[in-house]
Design a protein around this ligand. Structure first.
Ligand code: ADP
Ligand code: MG
Length: 274
């Protein structure tokens, strides 16, 4: 390769937004010589490496913008700790067919069972697959929408919750909402309905959502849209946060697990039909 040609390729690659090719040109030529690569193989190698680097950059950028509280995956989730939760159900969701179908996922259960963990793991998988993701607690979303409304910027703020392919709404039900607040939530849900996916977590059963949203009619309208296409995963089991504490108590008396479990309300595990 003449120096002039090498220089021209580097400049062209940089202008085309192929920084890896620009940097690694000499290395590519060496690998092609050593491996006796044909033209097609060399081109294939250059393009696939550039694409992999671009995908990785987009993934890391997507994670940075997502506001996820951490980046835990399903590999980090110990299914043996929640024997009532079918691993297959959760792993099926990680294939992201629900995102493709613009359907939703609801993770229900008491504190500490890993609802947020699984929601984050699904969002990380979606980000890896190239979908845009955004994480918020319900309270933060409501607070931001209210502030934007007061400042006359509601439309723009709503758009930021409507735009991502996957919106994670964490902690539905921790604080009851007022009617005007619930109406803001309704706007987000109805704008996303059948357009993009929501993954939500809640410590309340759907029957209690009337209290959460301060209005039965509004709660029904929200649930109607959310559940039309939705996989519902109920996790009924002990808190992982209390794992070590419960173990210690278990060692002392052998009855505290029963106490830990009996404090857990059981909810239906039905998958809502499509
Ligand atoms: P929830 O949202 O249901 O209250 P989290 O997802 O916040 O619970 O889980 C609490 C903590 O315990 C997190 O650090 C989470 O990663 C961890 N955790 C929960 N369940 C499991 C599990 N089965 N295996 C591994 N870590 C878990
Ligand atoms: Mg949580």
């Amino acid at each position: 390769m003449s120096e002039l040609t090498g220089h021209r390729i580097r400049v062209t690659a940089a202008r085309l937004g192929l920084p890896h090719l620009a940097e690694a040109l000499t290395d590519y030529i060496r690998r092609a010589d050593e491996g006796k690569l044909g033209y097609l193989d060399l081109m294939d190698l250059v393009l696939s490496e550039e694409l992999a680097i671009r995908d990785d950059r987009r993934y890391r950028q997507g994670l940075r913008l997502s506001r996820l509280p951490h980046h835990k995956t399903l590999e980090d989730y110990d299914f043996a700790f929640q024997p009532e939760l079918e691993p297959r159900k959760v792993k099926d969701l990680a294939t992201l067919a629900f995102v493709e179908a613009k359907a939703n996922v609801a993770l229900l259960g008491p504190p500490g069972v890993g609802k947020t963990h699984i929601a984050v793991a699904l969002a990380v998988a979606a980000c890896r697959a190239g979908y845009s993701i955004y994480f918020t607690t319900l309270d933060d979303m409501v607070r931001n929408l209210k502030t934007a409304e007061t400042a006359g910027r509601l439309v723009t703020k709503l758009a930021s919750y409507v735009r991502p392919s996957v919106l994670v709404v964490d902690e539905v039900g921790y604080q009851p909402l007022e009617r005007a607040e619930a109406h803001l939530v309704f706007q987000v849900i109805s704008k996303r309905y059948e357009k993009d996916s929501i993954i939500l977590t809640s410590n309340k059963s759907f029957g209690e959502w009337g209290q959460v949203f301060g209005d039965e009619v509004l709660a029904t309208a929200i649930l109607d849209r959310l559940l039309h296409h939705c996989d519902v995963i109920s996790i009924n089991g002990p808190s992982y946060r209390l794992k070590n504490r419960l173990r210690a108590l278990d060692g002392e008396s052998g009855t505290e697990w029963t106490w830990g479990r009996s404090s857990v309300r059981m909810w239906g595990t039905a998958r809502v039909p499509r």
